[in-house]
Design a protein around this ligand. Structure first.
Ligand code: NAD
Length: 288
């Protein structure tokens, strides 16, 4: 009896390994969430199984997005969706593009239910990330938090690290649409952190500065690297890292002109999070 039950469990696992990865999208009606729903439904080894949002409840997400019926009703019951997903499969993935005020609890709940989070929402504090890391690592549960899913931005950061070895002065300008809730952007903070990890002291003051208008010299999250945040309609997501040296400047710039730019990274993250046994912060760690 036990043997046959074990065999069935093994068979069940084998079936699940070859079946599409079940994906729950949270924030499904947001600008990013809509793109994720489109991308997941166009990816043969993935299946959209849930859509959590705060409006249009009960409507079919596919109908709302003009994709035709997908048989997935929009709901605001995240816990219910996580429970259902955890009962259906051991390979469930939750993709979250929501808001800094709720994302921490979303990630904790997903891990508690045995569903792997792939998170693009920015604005988590380093302390929150540390607590989530502890929780995910203890549960041996894959979790990916990536402040930027665009490959071009990851390349920019790598090039910035390379350039920083030759320049002692650097500032960052990040530019986003005016509906962005957090500032500076998670990507800009991450860029500053990566430069800071080189162990250099940047931007030693040459004069005593006085800000006549508070904030005009930007914010300094850490490592003495200033970040300037611009919010305007018409922008999507952009970043400049400007290095200054004797008689020269070097500007590295990345522009996201359409949110589809993030989708290859999100799809890669959904696949790779299944192999992880704890929390990974940054898509660059999953690119080989
Ligand atoms: P958006 O405002 O268009 O969408 C957010 C959606 O989340 C909204 O529809 C909102 O109703 C919903 N939401 C908020 N709280 C919720 C909750 N408790 N439960 C369910 N849904 C909830 O914003 P956006 O432009 O899609 O960005 C979302 C997040 O993703 C932001 O934090 C943004 O900075 C980040 N972002 C990350 C990347 C990346 O590559 N990592 C790229 C773009 C945006």
């Amino acid at each position: 009896m036990t043997e046959s039950v074990q065999l069935n469990a093994v068979q069940m696992n084998a079936v699940q390994e070859t079946s599409p990865i079940p994906v729950l999208v949270v924030g499904a009606l947001g600008k990013m969430g809509r793109e994720v729903v489109r991308a997941v439904t166009q990816t043969p080894d993935m299946a959209l199984v849930g859509a959590v949002a705060r409006s249009q409840l009960g409507s079919d997400i596919g109908e709302v997005l003009g994709l035709g019926s997908l048989g997935v009703e929009i709901t605001d019951d995240l816990s219910g969706q996580l429970l259902k997903l955890s009962q259906q499969s051991h390979r469930g993935v939750m993709v979250d593009f929501t808001h800094p005020r709720c994302v921490f609890e979303h990630i904790r709940s997903a891990i508690a239910f045995g569903v792997r989070p792939v998170v693009g929402t920015t604005g988590l504090s380093p302390e929150q990330v540390a607590r989530l890391r502890e929780f995910a690592d203890k549960s041996s549960m894959g979790c990916l938090i990536a402040p930027n899913f665009a490959i071009g931005m990851i390349l920019l950061q790598q090039m910035a690290v390379q350039a920083a070895q030759y320049f002692d002065h650097v500032e960052i300008i990040e530019l986003h649409h005016n509906h962005k809730a957090d500032a500076p952007s998670g990507t800009a903070t991450q860029t500053a952190q990566r430069l800071g990890q080189l162990g250099k002291t940047f931007n030693l003051p040459e004069v005593e500065e006085k800000e006549l208008i508070p904030g005009s010299r930007g914010g300094i999250p850490e490592h003495n690297i200033r970040i300037h945040s611009i919010r305007l309609p018409g922008l999507v997501a952009h970043q400049e890292v400007i290095f200054g040296g004797m008689g020269q400047t070097l500007t590295l710039r990345h522009d996201t002109t359409d949110r589809v730019a993030f989708m290859p990274g999100v799809i890669l993250g959904i696949r790779r999070v299944l192999e992880l046994k704890g929390l990974v912060y940054g898509l660059e760690h999953l690119l080989s």
